[in-house]
Design a protein around this ligand. Structure first.
Ligand code: ZN
Length: 246
């Protein structure tokens, strides 16, 4: 009993010395005042969370390609996005990617996991993050898509399979290209399904951070279908695109 009390005292002191602060505004988080139990865990205050640019629930699904073409072998590929690509979500995604702040991505992963629709008429077999090349993964220390995919995997209770798709050649950063055709060309043939996996008949949720022209996600989905996947849908944290479909 005494030991429990001592432990509790210690925890209280540690918490007093190192209180939780909101990762966005830096204010100390006080349960019942500026956050609840859940937000305390997520390290964000309710005021900052209320500013997240959440899309209307009827405007979260998009055709994968912003610039569809006639011979597309997978014209029905759809991608779900929870947020508009605006602050503070864009700030958090940039901090995760360019300043290696993984916890910024974990927060977004948790939020997309909570909101992703669960009323689908089939069972998901895997949540698969769009892979980075070995080189870029080493530079960053982690794959940002995998950080986000973890939230979806946990909430949907579906395995996170991070080595099903491999990036087999290094590509230039998509942001260097503005034309959809250039982006498609840049990622063409960049992915392969690892031969130790048999994904025949699988329903797959493919995850990335941002949806722009959709070229990267389209290429990754194509390779999954070529290897026998039954259904592939995409999920991203945010997109600049407007007019999502119901
Ligand atoms: Zn805050």
């Amino acid at each position: 009993m005494r030991r429990t009390e001592l432990k509790q005292d210690l925890l209280t002191s540690v918490h007093f010395l190192f209180p939780s602060v909101c990762m966005l505004c830096g204010r100390v988080l006080v349960k019942g005042r500026n956050c609840g139990e859940e937000l305390l865990k997520l390290q964000v205050c309710s005021s900052c969370l209320s500013q997240f640019p959440v899309r209307l629930s009827t405007e979260r699904w998009f055709p994968c390609l912003s610039d569809p073409f006639e011979e597309d072998p997978i014209p029905d590929m759809s991608v779900w996005a929870l947020f508009h690509y605006e602050t503070p979500v864009s700030t958090l995604l940039r901090r995760m990617k360019f300043h290696s702040k993984k916890y910024c991505g974990s927060l977004i992963g948790e939020l997309i996991g909570r909101e992703f629709p669960t009323d689908v008429p089939f069972r998901w077999d895997a949540v698969i993050p769009v892979p980075l090349s070995e080189k870029r993964r080493e530079e960053r220390g982690f794959n940002q898509a995998e950080v986000l995919a973890k939230g979806l995997s946990e909430h949907l209770d579906v395995p996170l399979c991070n080595n099903v798709i491999r990036k087999i050649r290094h590509t230039k950063q998509q942001s260097r290209f503005t034309e959809p055709a250039q982006r498609t060309g840049n990622v063409k043939g960049a992915f392969a399904v690892d031969e130790k996996w048999d994904i025949t008949g699988w329903n797959i949720l493919l995850v990335d951070d941002i949806l722009t022209t959709g070229a990267t996600m389209h290429e990754a989905a194509k390779i999954l279908y070529e290897n026998g996947a039954c259904r592939v849908f995409g999920a991203v944290a945010a997109t600049h695109r407007e007019n999502g479909e119901e």
